[in-house]
Design a protein around this ligand. Structure first.
Ligand code: DOR
Length: 440
């Protein structure tokens, strides 16, 4: 029987190699050695037959598949420390590998929060044998209380690659200004969850026609946009590097476009759910897995987010993977906590909504999933150049599959995509030269 994916791999043969960082999009073989990319041979015809593939068990047959630099997710929530029933660093990394990710950045809203050197070190220690690289994001303020800055330098020294108050904004512009002044010393980004708490007013969904019809409390798009505008202004003022998390409105897209045009060092991400789902779907099902922050917006917003991913206004796709327990999610819509898991459906949604939808091609999708996120948080990977780490994702761009959350590697299953048919399936993930996932 043919061994399509051996447990150890020294050659990935005959796939379509797409590496935007080195300008490669061609059929060829990728050679791995000692945890790095040894060389790439393009349009090589030698490794052709299945018999030849079988003869050497460390050759992975990638014919008909795409071979890409490993995906990098700059925005996940692993619930360790604190809620290990929902996700651990180990289980989250396993889910990441299944989704084609070789690196993830984990947000600090754990319990206790990742707000000092010891907790950053704890995450790094816990991740030592994990199925992907795990980079902590440190909190901006102590206890995420919005008052006093954390010891940013200590956290960076321990391995934090950015700071964020994710889950909320830093309400005080003065505190946010100081954070931005500090990060300039380390050239790490401030990752901003943009939500004016007063204006959002605990709204459980987008404020608009649908929330009015349903009689649900809404938060307006302006609650996000006000903070996007403030933080772009502060980035211009301080010269800091700003990354806007989970952009969800057409207005935020416009502000980021203008900031970039003005030379502000601002980048932005979009989550798969914001380019795949809209608020109207809540009225159809009241599925509490559709509750997320920022909330699902309108079709106009969704289209603007997609256009921004295609035209370069937004720089990367990040899942905002947010595991929650069945007990908490199996609740009325307004009582359930916001968030959905996303690591294991990201590629399939990119394939179905963005690529099959005709908005962008696989090379741009790989830029958004790997090349650009590597640059934003300055981590190894994001390229298949010779000498780069052997962090690689092999996927079938045409394979259709049905989402079955009970089969997820994540400890949590709060996905609104259950039963959806997606396009694009991860077949093999390799991190540091080791196979971390095979789709069998
Ligand atoms: O929906 C969300 N869930 N948005 C956030 O900003 C936080 C996240 C979580 O931690 O559950």
């Amino acid at each position: 029987m043919s061994v399509k994916f051996p447990k150890t791999v020294s050659i990935i043969a005959g796939g379509r190699i797409i590496d935007p960082a080195s300008g490669i999009d061609a059929v060829g073989d990728v050679y791995l050695k000692g945890g790095v990319i040894d060389k790439i041979e393009l349009k090589k015809k030698a490794l052709k037959t299945t018999a030849e593939m079988d003869a050497e068990r460390s050759i992975a047959d990638a014919r008909g598949l795409i071979v890409a630099p490993g995906f990098i997710d700059v925005h996940v929530h692993l619930r360790e420390p604190g809620r290990e029933d929902e996700e651990t660093i180990e289980s989250g990394a396993r889910a990441a590998a299944a989704g084609g990710f070789t690196s993830v950045c984990c947000m600090p809203n754990t319990d206790p929060p990742i707000d000092d050197q010891e907790t950053v070190q704890f995450v790094i220690d816990q991740a030592r044998d994990a199925a992907c690289r795990v980079y902590p994001i440190g909190a901006i303020t102590q206890g995420q209380r919005g008052e006093f800055l954390t010891e940013i330098g200590d956290m960076v020294a321990a391995g934090a690659v950015g700071i964020s108050e994710d889950g909320k904004s830093v309400a005080s512009a003065e505190v946010q200004r100081r954070a931005m002044e500090y990060v300039r010393m380390f050239d790490i980004p401030v990752i901003s969850h943009c939500e004016d708490a007063a204006l959002a007013n605990n709204g459980v969904m987008n404020e608009g026609t649908v929330s009015t019809l349903l009689g649900m409390s809404g938060q307006p798009g302006a609650a996000e946009e006000i903070m996007v505008a403030r933080d772009i202004q502060l980035a211009a003022f301080t010269g800091a590097r700003l990354h806007i998390a989970h952009v969800s409105t057409a207005g935020s897209v416009k502000l980021i476009k203008r900031g970039k045009r003005d030379g502000v060092r601002v980048t932005g991400e979009a989550a798969p759910h914001h380019f795949s789902l809209i608020d109207r779907m809540i009225a159809e099902s009241f599925n509490s897995n559709l509750r997320v922050n920022p909330p699902l917006r309108t079709e106009k917003d969704r289209k603007a987010v997609i256009a921004a991913l295609a035209d370069g206004t937004l720089d990367c796709i990040a899942t905002d993977h947010a595991p929650h327990s069945v007990e908490e999610k199996d609740n009325e819509f307004d009582k359930a906590p916001p968030g959905m898991v996303g690591l294991e459906t990201a590629l399939g949604l990119v394939g179905k909504v963005l690529v099959v939808g005709g908005f962008l091609g696989w090379p741009r999708a790989i830029e958004l999933l790997s090349t650009n996120p590597a640059k934003i948080v300055k981590v190894p990977g994001g390229t298949l150049a010779e000498g780069a780490p052997a962090d690689i994702t092999v996927f079938n761009p045409d394979e259709e599959w049905t989402v079955a959350p009970e089969k997820f590697f994540s400890l949590s299953h709060n996905s609104p995509f259950a039963g959806w048919s997606l396009t694009g399936r991860v077949k093999m993930t390799i991190c540091r030269g080791k196979v971390t996932h095979i789709d069998e």
